[in-house]
Design a protein around this ligand. Structure first.
Ligand code: ATP
Ligand code: MG
Length: 352
């Protein structure tokens, strides 16, 4: 039997961070053997909030960084497809067909869209941003994926994908699976500022490619318990970003338990808690950084991976779009017209 399929990916808006790892990347790496995986570099999605020429110019560089992050974390291009969204033209057509199967109020109920507009400093929703989850539906259904490993903010999009797939299947013909989302160990990792989820665009992220020094500096500046102005004041562990990161990335459970106990008793300074966190993060990131620089040194490798992956996705895309048009009867209308036009041209030529 054919393996089930995964589709997920990222916008090429910068390098990947710890939030991506715990939210989605870890699951992707772990499921590579069990599923056929398709990973999208979603540059069309970037246009929803970043449409300028400068933004577009950055796609090539940022895509390269994303692929390097993937490889560094253990995504294996001999098993998984990595592709550039804008180079697979079928997605534009699929998006349009799916747009007909969703209402505007349904889209307006999706909370993440307003959050994205807010973090991009947009006072009103661009039409394309409102339609973000429809384009995402086209991405997911293009390889007819069954599972979508994503962070919590994307869960409602997958719900919409299921609705659209179901609607298509009942309206025309059963061609799409109803995909499930798979949320990571930490559904939404908080940023170093403690105020919002870690995000490429908010300047509150620790990147997987940050140097050890950068990690130390970012951790030293992290938000902790604001009520705790001195080390001898008992502190709060719940919701404290420093301890959230300890829980997510420090494998030394005894150390974490000890720090928590002393923190709540006012018996440890923020400096020690942070130094131990920086150390744990750097041990986690060291092998990732090493792998990354190894791949980075092989000029052209990333581009070859992305090119081959995109060509592979184009094959899948053509199959799916064909199935869709057949199911809808659209292909038939055009074929009929073409045949009759051809016959008419021939008869005209004969009579002249
Ligand atoms: P941008 O600021 O450009 O929106 P981002 O950091 O939010 O960037 P996306 O490209 O929007 O990243 O998200 C890619 C994937 O990573 C999605 O599945 C998303 O749910 C997940 N993700 C992003 N940030 C986090 C986070 N802080 N915690 C858990 N998962 C996350
Ligand atoms: Mg985002």
């Amino acid at each position: 039997m054919d393996k089930k399929r995964i589709l997920t990916g990222d916008r090429p808006t910068g390098k990947l961070h710890l939030g991506h790892y715990v939210g989605s990347l870890k699951n992707r790496v772990e499921l590579q053997d069990k599923y056929d995986c398709f990973f999208i570099i979603a540059d069309l999605h970037m246009l929803t909030t970043k449409p300028t020429k400068e933004d577009i110019e950055s796609i090539a560089v940022n895509s390269r960084e994303l692929v390097l992050d993937y490889l560094a974390c253990g995504i294996d291009p001999s098993k998984s497809v990595i592709y550039l969204q804008s180079a697979v033209h079928e997605v534009y057509e699929m998006n349009l067909f799916f747009e007909m199967l969703v209402t505007v109020p349904r889209l307006q109920r999706i909370p993440s869209i307003k959050d994205m507009a807010k973090s991009a400093n947009l006072s009103e929703l661009p039409f394309g941003l409102l339609g973000y989850p429809i384009l995402q539906t086209a991405d997911i259904l293009m390889p007819r994926a069954n599972l979508v490993p994503v962070g919590k903010d994307n869960e409602s999009h997958i719900e919409l994908t299921r609705e659209i797939a179901k609607r298509f299947n009942t309206l025309y013909e059963e061609i799409f699976p109803l995909p499930d989302s798979l949320i990571g160990d930490v559904p939404s990792l908080i940023g170093t500022d403690g105020s919002a989820k870690m995000s490429k665009s908010l300047g509150n992220a620790i990147m997987l490619s940050d140097t050890a020094k950068e990690v130390e500096k970012k951790v030293a500046g992290m938000y902790t318990d604001p009520a705790r102005v001195r080390a001898d004041i008992p502190g709060k562990v719940e919701g404290n970003p420093v301890f959230i990161y300890h829980d997510a990335f420090n494998p030394n459970l005894e150390e974490v338990a000890d720090l928590k106990a002393r923190y709540t008793q006012g018996k440890v300074g923020d400096v020690e808690v942070k130094q131990k966190l920086a150390k744990a993060l750097n041990s986690f990131l060291d092998p990732i950084r090493d792998k990354r620089s190894g791949y980075e040194a092989q000029k052209g490798l990333v581009e070859e991976i992305l090119f081959d992956g995109t060509m592979r996705m184009r094959e899948e895309a053509a199959i799916t779009l064909n199935l869709m048009k057949k199911a809808m009867g659209l292909a038939g209308a055009w074929k009929k017209i073409a045949r009759k036009a051809e016959e008419y041209k021939k008869s005209k030529a004969k009579n002249s």
